[in-house]
Write a protein that binds this ligand. Structure first.
Ligand code: C5P
Length: 223
């Protein structure tokens, strides 16, 4: 029983340009995937983490995670395939499954607790979100503005995303189309997805700029 987290960490990190898979890049000396696992466990509501890494990094990741309630499995060609591989390794006794990007290494444990709390309170699928600060426009292929989107209706979506285990398994059954998040698969089934407050610290490290911000935040916090 309990809460199991799947941590997709099998991306190549091309946009980061670090020369190693993104999740293995050190942040103040500690690999992002290790920080992400420790953040999940620090919430005290996650019992086990399944970490999904490139096939040639399984042994290296397992060595980094020694002593933690974590298992490591090989991922797939896209994020959706990697999550499916992790989900298959979660075991049937999980009631709640979280899916959390290794690329969000500074996610506060409070966000994890909010998501799990909302699933426990009865929501089948829960995502942490933030309001969007910038004005957002839709453009055509030439970069000419087509329309302005009403910002008040928009939310930026973070992870961990939380699900009743059975619902996420149903959403991943068959060969789902690749999606950028897991709630998208649940939406496609017509199931409700609810939101809780995210946190600026749960930002995704994608570019060298993000990595610099993360390093500065850690230095400021003495971690
Ligand atoms: O590429 P992006 O930043 O959206 O990736 C989000 C998360 O999905 C990262 O933690 C990345 O390692 C993971 N991922 C994966 N398998 C892939 C592609 C991305 O586990 N094939």
């Amino acid at each position: 029983a309990g809460v199991v987290a799947v941590l997709p960490a099998a991306g190549s990190g091309v946009r980061l340009g670090a020369g190693v898979p993104k999740a293995f890049v050190g942040l103040a000396g500690v690999p992002m995937l290790v920080r992400a696992v420790d953040g999940l466990l620090a919430s005290d509501v996650v019992g086990h983490v399944v970490v999904v890494v490139p096939a040639d990094q399984v042994d290296a990741a397992a060595a980094m995670l020694t002593g933690r309630p974590a298992t490591v499995v090989a991922g797939g060609a896209d994020r959706t395939a990697s999550v499916a591989a992790g989900l298959a390794a979660t075991g049937t006794d999980a009631e709640v499954v979280l899916v959390h990007d290794a690329a969000r290494p500074l996610t506060p444990p409070d966000v994890v607790r909010r998501v799990v709390g909302a699933v426990r309170a009865g929501a089948p699928a829960v995502i942490p979100v933030l309001p969007v600060a910038d004005t957002v426009k839709r453009v055509d292929g030439a970069g000419t503005v087509v329309s302005t989107v009403d910002r008040s209706e928009l939310r930026a979506v973070q992870t961990p995303q939380g699900f009743r285990a059975a619902d996420l398994r149903r959403a991943h059954a068959g060969t789902p189309d690749p999606r950028t998040d897991d709630a998208g698969l649940v939406e496609a089934l017509g199931d409700p997805v609810t939101t809780v407050a995210g946190d600026p610290l749960a930002f995704k490290v994608t570019t060298a700029w993000d990595l610099r911000i993360a390093e500065l935040l850690l230095a400021g916090a003495g971690r």
